[in-house]
Design a binder for this molecule. Structure first.
Ligand code: PHE
Length: 341
């Protein structure tokens, strides 16, 4: 007795279940869909079908053909996918002896900018200092004329450690130690990583780099500060950079300023990187407050000084046209690799 359509369907799925390799799928295709295939064979039963049901029967056979065809195709794709996953899993096992695939190592863009700025200041007689990332309250705040409960502490969302120490919120935290180390006159820069408990967006990160600079000598004034800043910026950007100075409040400088540069990403037109203002706060600065000099053991009758806190991360973004600050901490070699030097 001829096999029914339902029986054939069931039989096909049973065979499909058992097939795993490419050849087995091919065999199935020939067995069911070939010229002499079993589905095609169903049409031979046509004579036994009542004439008014033949059209419907023919359509059902064709539907079964399509079903068989697409089921085989689906299984082939699944088998491919499985094979691919197995291959990936095999290569993802770490083998430290394998070559990395990167032909040449690269410096991080922040390192590149940091080194460049260091060279510029070194050529102007500044020493380069390093300082801890974990500091105490005295160095980060008190020595900088920010006593306990001063509202200015709220400006810096600090990460406190359980032992009472904290992650440096700004490179100014090193000012006191460096004044005590060298005394006056003094020219020093000190780059460092800073941390603030901030929510992140295209221009804010909880981890970023600053470069602090201080210059203490007789007769230091704001014009010295502006001169050094402009010299440094025109060296970094290799052209005259548009800057503006606005009053800014920081307890450790008096007077204090915000030095902004025109946004290099949008050319000053306004974009997400500069919060649509066309300007970017790059370097808060000012004349060092006498209380800070005193805390550092400097004779305030004889000496004055300036301090600045250059945003190294922002400078790197401007210099290299990096639109999103988060790319810099991403560890994504594809984007960081472009800075091979
Ligand atoms: N330390 C300040 C900050 O990060 C910046 C600053 C440094 C301001 C030096 C003035 C002088 O917010």
């Amino acid at each position: 007795m001829a096999i029914t359509m339902e029986e054939l369907r069931a039989q096909f799925y049973e065979h499909l279940q058992q097939a795993h390799a490419q050849e087995a799928f091919e065999e199935l295709r020939v067995r069911y869909l070939g010229k002499k295939g079993e589905v095609t064979g169903l049409l031979k039963n046509m004579g036994a079908i009542a004439p008014d049901k033949r059209k419907e029967y023919g359509q059902m056979v064709n539907a079964l053909k399509d079903e068989v065809e697409s089921s085989i195709k689906k299984r082939i794709e699944e088998a491919h996918q499985r094979e691919l996953e197995m291959r990936i899993a095999a290569t993802e096992r770490y083998d430290l002896t394998l070559p990395s695939g990167l032909s040449e190592g690269s410096y991080h863009p922040i390192t590149l900018v940091q080194r460049e700025v260091e060279q510029i200041f070194a050529s102007m007689g500044f020493t380069i200092e390093d300082y801890d990332e974990i500091v105490d309250d005295y160095h980060c705040f008190e020595a900088l004329n920010i006593p306990k409960h001063h509202p200015a502490r709220d400006m810096q969302d600090t990460y406190y450690l359980s032992n009472g120490q904290l992650l440096k919120t700004h490179t100014s935290a090193a000012q006191n130690a460096i004044m005590r180390k060298y005394g006056a006159p003094l020219r020093a820069i000190f780059p460092g990583r800073c941390f603030r408990n901030e929510s992140t967006d295209a221009c804010h990160e909880n981890t970023f780099f600053q470069m602090e600079g201080i210059m203490i000598d007789e007769n230091i004034s704001i014009s010295n500060l502006i001169y050094f800043m402009k010299t440094m910026l025109s060296e970094v950007f290799q052209r005259d950079v548009k800057v503006r100075l606005r009053p800014g409040f920081f307890p450790f400088v008096e007077p204090g300023f915000e030095l902004d540069i025109s946004c290099a990403i949008c050319g000053g037109k306004g974009c997400p990187s500069c919060k649509n203002s066309g300007w970017l706060e790059l370097c808060p600065c000012g004349m060092i407050h006498p209380n800070v000099l005193k805390a550092g053991g400097i004779d305030t009758d004889k000496y004055t000084g300036f301090a600045f806190g250059l945003g190294l991360t922002r400078l790197a973004m401007m210099k290299y046209g990096i639109k999103d600050i988060r790319d810099l901490n991403s560890g994504n070699l594809k984007s960081l690799d472009q800075f091979v030097k």
